[in-house]
Design a protein around this ligand. Sequence first.
Ligand SMILES: NC(=O)c1ccc[n+]([C@@H]2O[C@H](COP(=O)([O-])OP(=O)(O)OC[C@H]3O[C@@H](n4cnc5c(N)ncnc54)[C@H](O)[C@@H]3O)[C@@H](O)[C@H]2O)c1
Length: 309
Amino acid sequence: MSERQDQKIGIVGGGLMGHGIAYLFAAAGHSVGVFEPIAESRASLPRRLQAIVELFGDDPAIVRRIAASEDLATAMRDAAFVFEAAPEKLPLKQQIFAELESIVSPTTILASNSSAIPSTEIGRKLTHRERVVGTHFWNPPHLVPLVEVIQNENTSEGVLGATMELLRAAGKVPVHVRRDIPGFVGNRLQHAMKREAIALVAAGVCDAETLDTVVREGFGARTAVLGPMEQSDLVGLNLTLDIAEVLYADLDRTPGPHPFLRDKVKAGKLGMKTGEGLRKWTPEAADAVRARLSRFLVEQAKARKKNSA
Ligand SMILES: NC(=O)c1ccc[n+]([C@@H]2O[C@H](COP(=O)([O-])OP(=O)(O)OC[C@H]3O[C@@H](n4cnc5c(N)ncnc54)[C@H](O)[C@@H]3O)[C@@H](O)[C@H]2O)c1
């Protein structure tokens, strides 16, 4: 076993994100402790982890490297890194980090998987703030390669480097985000597109089905292998500028969320779970979308594993 695999990993919160993060580190050879205060969630953890074993056809011994506990100190014992994946509430996360600081070694790295709360705020009251870092995994964390590693105003270079290295060794694709800003990089891009997409549908330019087709069958077909920076360089920045000159003044500038989105939510049209959102959904149609996404992500993840073996 390498020195790196010897590092114990602590996970706070064994929910949707926490169980996938626990799995990916166990699969990389680490022993993992999961703190999960809700008995029902603790009880379902082995079944949820076993489902990932079956998804990949992995060695069932991976799950035996993960131990769940209702006691924070037990789960975090000897942890070199802690990944917090508790509910998205600042006071709760601050309280968890304060408790962690009283339990773990002063050198244990404390990472938050928060989607939106700056880790600067989460670690504000700690004595050793330099060991707090943001690690934004994408759902499902055992299938999506990217992890945004967000260096906040206190994060030391050593903590940043060790976190990037740990994630890389576990088969993830960590990227360094230099400022702790809302949405980091990925969600800003995703929501910039959603903002325009909703405005186009609201204005009747096309229906929601057509909009999805434009993305999936158009630029989406190449997005997994071509980022917007390389795409701009590929077509030439002169063309990119010419298009920007014509287009940007025309893009949506509604301040705040579009009224079309607000009205949908007010009317209880929340998406697949209510049968209607931006599109209409039967349970079968919603299941078909989930199955399509899962099949695609699993195929991609298996191909990556095979290529790196
Ligand atoms: N779901 C996503 O797509 C996604 C993506 C990236 C980041 N995140 C972030 O990850 C974090 C967890 O999200 P999730 O989707 O896994 O939520 P979740 O509700 O599925 O999981 C949270 C878990 O924390 C447990 N918990 C409750 N109280 C706790 C406490 N006091 N201490 C520790 N654990 C406690 C819950 O029982 C639950 O199992 C959030 O900060 C969220 O913003 C979520």
